[in-house]
Design a protein around this ligand. Structure first.
Ligand code: ADP
Length: 380
């Protein structure tokens, strides 16, 4: 008579609370096939040892066609433009080399050579400290990408449509403020002041939205020029100082490099710095501190923007730099914001070969870093 997998073998010497190898195997088989996404496991030589039906369906193979095959032969990956990706760049390689999970977006080529966008996570299977295989889970993100594209298109159209009437509102309110339509009473002048400053906030938001749609459409050009970095930063900080003064925030700088010339795109760097410094001011309560630094770090210059403000909760830190993300601890305190600034900074960093990262503790403050490569440093 056959036994169910969870039924105990009466002759077993294994204690009740331990599972037999068969039970464990059956359980992990069931677990593997019930994962709601594509799942694949490899042995230490990179041969496919398990695969679930979702993975087979997504790639268009039968089980017989893939079992025991070398993983990269079946899971062929390419970049957005269809070029094959170096095997060192594969998530499975990263997971095996570092012993840690690696994840991100990529494209698989199906059996019929169709491009399948996926989000994949690979984890190494560790035995006595050594990787002896890997498990990967991936999901089809075609629909997500489509929605993303539609959102970008919507933003682009909406912001273009808003910009034209807003320009007229801006011009005419400035004319009113300057008395072109007659002298204003004190109250009228006061109200108009509020209108004018709200218009400029709205303009900034529209500019951000347009910048984002340009970036998404791959239309962000880099126009390198020579700038003296420390002086450039000082100028930008001076421009934002009134914002800090309004909140009685003590804003200080420490430029540890003097008169350093770099060749970079000043417009993009200004965008990065303005965003980081205004965020530091915005997310720090009245009377707080913001400190801006510039340091030389071998092949790059690192700009740091530190504050002792609200900080970012640990459980949402991984979402920072994603489009439209705003942390829950600041929504009530600072309702206005698009959640696009950091996303843009990240894209700018990628464009100019720099990096952006941060350290933060909720209730204590945050420090954002931006590194600017020296590669284009003026030869002189
Ligand atoms: P926005 O400021 O318009 O919301 P950003 O993309 O600039 O958009 O920032 C995204 C989110 O990151 C913010 O909403 C906030 O939750 C968090 N954040 C950014 N900078 C800071 C900071 N210096 N201190 C605390 N939280 C920050």
């Amino acid at each position: 008579m056959s036994r169910g997998i969870y039924e105990r073998n009466p002759n077993s010497t294994v204690p009740d609370y331990l599972m037999t190898i068969e039970q464990e195997r059956a359980q992990s088989d069931a677990l593997f096939s019930s994962i709601g996404e594509g799942a694949v496991a490899t042995d230490e030589d990179g041969r496919i040892s398990r695969i679930n039906n979702i993975a087979l369906d997504l790639l268009g193979y039968t089980r017989e066609e893939v079992m025991g095959k070398w993983y990269p032969k079946i899971f062929r990956i390419i970049d957005e433009n269809g070029k094959p990706i170096d095997s060192l760049e594969r998530h499975i390689t990263k997971a095996m080399l570092t012993g840690k999970p690696a994840s991100g977006r990529t494209y698989y080529l199906t059996k019929t050579d169709e491009k399948l966008p996926v989000f994949v996570t690979f984890s190494p299977i560790m035995l006595e400290g050594k990787p002896v295989g890997a498990i990967g889970v991936f999901r089809d993100i075609k629909q997500e990408l489509k929605i993303d594209r539609m959102k970008t298109e919507f933003i682009s159209i909406a912001s273009h449509q808003l910009r034209t009437p807003l320009s007229a509102i801006k011009i005419y309110s400035h004319m009113l403020a300057q008395g072109f339509a007659g002298k204003l009473t004190d109250d009228q002048a006061k109200f108009l002041d509020i209108i004018v400053s709200s218009i400029s906030r709205m303009n900034e938001t529209i500019d951000t939205l347009l910048d984002v749609s340009r970036i998404e459409a791959g239309k962000m050009g880099v126009e390198p020029k020579k700038i003296v970095l420390d002086v450039f930063i000082d100028d930008i900080v001076a421009g934002i100082k009134p914002l800090a003064n309004e909140k009685k925030i003590d804003m200080t700088t420490d430029m540890q490099c003097n008169k350093v010339s770099v060749i970079t795109d000043p417009v993009l760097i200004k965008e990065v710095l303005t965003n980081l410094v205004s965020n530091a001011i915005k997310y720090t309560p009245e009377g707080g501190e913001v400190h801006i630094t510039l340091k030389d770090s071998v092949d790059s210059y690192v700009i740091g923007v530190a504050d002792n403000g609200y900080g970012i909760p640990a459980n949402v830190q991984r979402h920072l730099f994603t489009k439209f993300f705003r942390a829950n601890n600041i929504i009530d305190k600072e309702p206005s914001g698009t959640g696009l600034g950091l996303y843009m900074i990240k894209r700018i960093a990628e464009q100019i070969g720099g990096k952006v990262w941060f350290a933060s503790e909720e209730g204590k403050g945050s420090t954002f870093y931006f590194s600017l490569p020296k590669k284009h440093k003026a030869a002189k």
